[in-house]
Design a protein around this ligand. Sequence first.
Ligand code: DC
Length: 231
Amino acid sequence: MSELQNIVTIDGPSGVGKSTVSRKVAAAIGFTYLDTGAMYRAVGWYFLQQGIALEETEAIAEKLADVELQLFPAVDEESDVRVFLNGEDVTMAIRTAEMAMVASRVSALPVVRRILTEIQRGYGERGGIVAEGRDTGTVVFPKAAFKFFLDARPEERAKRRVLQLQARSVAADFNEILKMTLERDLNDSQRAIAPLKRAEDAVLIETTERTIPQVVSEILRVIDSKKNKER
Ligand code: DC
């Protein structure tokens, strides 16, 4: 199977540091960061705004045809990807804990996954991307040459999430966030389609005891050594 040398995938559960790590890896190798979670969040936000319940699968399929999603790469390593839905900037609106849960529920719907996976593959065809999410190594880009799966204990992930929300001036309670983290783990890993799991050929990086720069260095080291072997 020929591998796609211009695609890096970074998957893992919520709060494991994937976004920060992916942004930094992308900047280091000159690739574009593709935040697939932002797409699920934006679509979830849209259905919430439209008052469409997630059980209304027909209405969802219909409405999805009207959704135009645009992702603009972050201006620097510290910023979020800017997300526009039908021309409206939803970058901030989708970053709440509530929207994370909505995204998790929306992401179990087959029609949503099919359409977002297609869009993500479109970005992949342009090449040079670091795709980050739950299924980028297993389903979206199974032929990516460089695959990683980040993991960490739930308590550590909840702690990181609290800090991240506080940095955005969003109030966050540790116990509440831990509960949501566990619920999202369950939703994301037990769903029937494209569940969160490590691709067999993804390098597992346990991040509980590691800093972001350590994780980034490890990923860059693996990418380099794999490239050198293929020369
Ligand atoms: O990475 P995130 O927290 O922004 O993702 C929000 C939700 O979207 C996550 O709980 C599950 C879903 N998601 C997914 O199902 N597949 C992806 N590739 C990315 C996110």
